[in-house]
Design a protein around this ligand. Sequence first.
Ligand code: BGC
Length: 719
Amino acid sequence: MKYIISCSVALLLLSNVSAQTKKEAAINAKISSIIKKMTLEEKIEMLHGNALFSSAGVKRLGIPELTCDDGPLGVREEIKRFDWNSANWTTDSATFLPNGSAIAATWNPAMANKYGVVLGEEANARKKIIMLAPAFNICRMPLCGRTYEYYSEDPFLNSQLAIQSVRGIQSQHVAACIKHFAANNQEVNRGEVNAIIDERALREIYLPAFKAGVQQGNAYTVMSAYNKLNGYWCSENDFLLNKVLKKEWGFKGIVISDWGGTHHTVAAANSGLDLEMGSSGPYDQWYFAKPLLAAVKAGEVSVKTIDDKVSRILWLMYHTSMSANHPKGSIATPVHSKAVYDIASESIVLLKNDAHLLPLKTSNIKSIAVIGDNATRTFALGGYGAGVKAKYEITALAGIKSRFGKTAEIKFAQGYKANYSASKTDAQNAGSDQPDQTLINEAVALAKTTDVAILCIGSNREYESEGHDRKNLSLPFGEQALVNAVSAANPNTIIVIMAGAPYDLNEIKKSNHTIVWSWFNGSEAGNALADVLKGVVNPSGRLPFTFPVSLKDSPASALNTYPGNNMTADYKEGILVGYRWYDTKNINPLYCFGYGLSYTNFTYTDLATNKKSYKPGDKIVVSVKIKNTGRTAGKETVQLYISKVNSSVLRPEKELKAFKKIMITPTEKSLVSMNISISDLAYFDDKLSKWVVEPGEYKVMAASSSKDIRQVTSFRISK
Ligand code: BGC
């Protein structure tokens, strides 16, 4: 019986595979026949923008324009065809989705998938074929202005989220555009800086999520980064685009330049760039317009190369806008709001709860002071880069009012002025770090009169922005002075920080008993936050990157390689990025990678591997029992780190190789099982230019954070 069932499953799988192969063959045949009918001029027209966010189709052959839009926070409001001003539509209000580091903080790939599905559905409603999202450059330097858009400092967490966000978007027949390929890890000098990265660090740290996005997510498009990598612009980097992406990884889709990130015609065309976008000057003068036509006629770029690019665009179209059963899409629906709420709820990180003030007991609380500019601020727009015309956005104050307003009197004080604008010069922004004593006095007076004070501080979308990096890790706008004053006035002060990147929380960690970290958390941010404060949601977010005690502890600062000299940033730390650096160098972080508290506690027991010794090709099955020992149901993120004992080469002290988020009810015990492939244990040998799994002993650690190792066991790999 078992045999019959497995045979029929196998047959079904085979027939699916052959149906898929047939479908692909039919698409390829159509593409070849279209290409045969096209003139060289028509082909070239398809390879460069014809407006800010589209490139030409060929009307006479029924090929539509290729349209795209930003991402990642949601589908951007419609702008005019040829400039960045609003098109003044009334139908483009969209769902504001949580930012990248918020999604990463859920440590839940299912949430990344949800994010992708919403983005895909809304893209369809707006007739966008490509969403310029997700963005997941490695968080190498905590000051990077786009840290909030990106996911993590860890390549494994990054990869798992990349795969699912791409799958989510593309499940709606909309192309994801994974960006920025590769190593756009700083905004300072991003258009010129040459990132010098050894191949091992590239393969182990900077490329894995792109590889996973391509091979497991099947991403249809990739955006080349602005910067240079090892001497060549990413948009004309033969190693990156031809050798690795297209040949090694088998990428079938198109490489799109970042906006204005193309620098030459022949070098870019021959090195793997397919579509030039966002350049300036008349469209027919762009590198991939008349100059490309001339280069083909001069024999510098072959017709075969042009045909390959056009085929890729057509292939993408057959899987998206020209696909069978193309979904219509929908925008800003209640289902999308629910998805945002779910993601936001799982992203909020409880950093400290020493006085057990949280969750707030509504029966004891008759008055709440909500203090801070961030309590009433929205985050859908601001700074440079893509934002969303949000259909609505629940602020922290609105969320707190809706969840506590029936039982408590809620009053607001601004507390500080967020006087910083991404479009102003440093001189114009000078003084924005200073406290406003009048606002502090008002806040203190209010806090003295209430049972609880909820202080909403952090940064905003002007302060963290594309196009510039922060100058330091300090909390902006004189917030520390406000924290000190309000905490002194009200012993029940809760610090809520809304931001997308690490900040210096030394003083707050030392002096405050209750700290909650939230993000630019989308349309439902305030509701999710208030539900965490109330205990309707038990917090389960975990930090996707390390908060260093001091900036000088972080690798790029310690080695003085940021922002680089003479436009060169030499990534001397190699593979030691994020916790890999802090752990290996024995530097204690302020808050470590993977950290986050819950309203309950979990114990770990019985860590085991299914065997004690493995051969190449085996799967390691690791299991551990987790018990919820508290009185509240909660989600625990079980993290598995691996360490090579007596490695013959430098390896990080430990590396994340698997994780699982599970819901456990009080007193319940759950057996969590996770797989690790032997190949996941490999390091990249840059002399041999291949992945090597070293035989010998490996330690496996089951952990609640990278610094909270609960159980350890070991296994061997034989030759
Ligand atoms: C950003 C990209 C974005 C593009 C189009 C660039 O400045 O780096 O992430 O997709 O603009 O708006």
